[in-house]
Design a protein around this ligand. Structure first.
Ligand SMILES: C[S@@+](CC[C@H](N)C(=O)[O-])C[C@H]1O[C@@H](n2cnc3c(N)ncnc32)[C@H](O)[C@@H]1O
Length: 257
């Protein structure tokens, strides 16, 4: 039976992708992802297949070996993704897509970081599309950008609140959660929203809502694990008003007095 893997490929750095993700991507018939996620796995996708043993996602080996073959790589955008997923469903159900034959197929749909953080809108949609049509789906966890930010800032994730503003539509609920958490003087690890709720907007919002912006420190991480990684550490009161990368995580911590 054909199978879809929703694969977390980590925040971008080569060393942050798991072995199982590499293996599944190497052997997949189709790999689908946004430009950033596809860039992360470029070397893996380019790798050949000769002599590679097929193994199950749980790591156990079966006897079959795969021959070198062409892999179908599909770059998606917000605009094209629904159409590509529909084509993929057709293909996995036995149709053909751009010259790849029928039979049992494996497809990896890539997610930056971990598919189970700040991806629920799309993950829910994919689960319903594929599982609703009898295609098995497995989620392969990846290292999330929030995990890397927590590590860089040396804060415990279990003592922090995670909030993503990277959602479509209203972010009022997330804003309330942020205010509530900071009023409780708890650390927050958050994803801003490109481009209307970025670090400088968040600083201004918190000040306007009466948060004591001198009582918190902020670490702003851009392009984590990539060669252009950048960190800005400052008071919540002093967030620089400048352009930030869309790959951005903030850690807001109560100041220790
Ligand atoms: C749709 S969310 C996906 C989050 C992802 N599933 C994760 O676990 O990291 C996209 C946002 O993740 C954050 N992000 C992903 N990769 C990043 C990186 N290398 N550096 C900083 N932030 C990153 C950014 O806030 C970006 O706008």
């Amino acid at each position: 039976m054909s199978k879809v893997y929703l694969v977390g490929v980590g925040p971008g750095g080569e060393g942050y992708i798991t072995e199982i993700a590499k293996r599944l991507i190497e052997r997949a018939d189709v790999v689908v992802g946004y430009k950033h996620a596809l860039n992360v796995v470029k070397n893996i996708v380019d790798k050949g297949y000769d002599g590679m043993e097929k193994s199950n996602s749980n790591g156990s080996m079966s006897m079959s070996k795969r021959r070198r073959k062409e892999k179908d790589i599909k770059m998606i955008t917000l605009k094209t993704q629904d159409e590509v997923y529909a084509q993929l469903l057709d293909y996995l159900k036995g149709g053909e897509v751009e010259g790849v034959g029928g039979g049992e197929k494996e497809c990896c749909i890539l997610f930056t970081g971990d598919p189970d953080f700040s991806e629920s809108e799309i993950v829910d949609k994919l689960l319903s599309l594929f599982e609703g049509n009898g295609i098995e789906v497995e989620i392969i966890p990846g290292i999330s950008s929030v995990q890397v930010a927590a590590a860089r800032s040396k804060v415990a994730i279990d003592r922090s609140s995670l909030i993503t503003f990277h959602v479509t539509g209203s972010i009022d609920r997330e804003k309330d959660a942020l205010l509530y958490t900071l009023r409780a003087r708890r650390t927050v690890i958050l994803l801003p929203r490109p481009w209307d709720f970025m670090p400088q907007h968040i600083g201004r919002f918190l000040r306007d809502e009466g948060i004591d912006v001198d009582a918190f420190d902020v670490d702003i991480y851009e392009n984590l694990t990539l060669s252009n990684e950048k960190v800005t550490r400052c008071r919540l009161a002093d967030i620089p008003d400048r352009d930030y990368s869309d790959l951005c995580v903030m850690v807001i911590k109560p100041r220790v007095i």
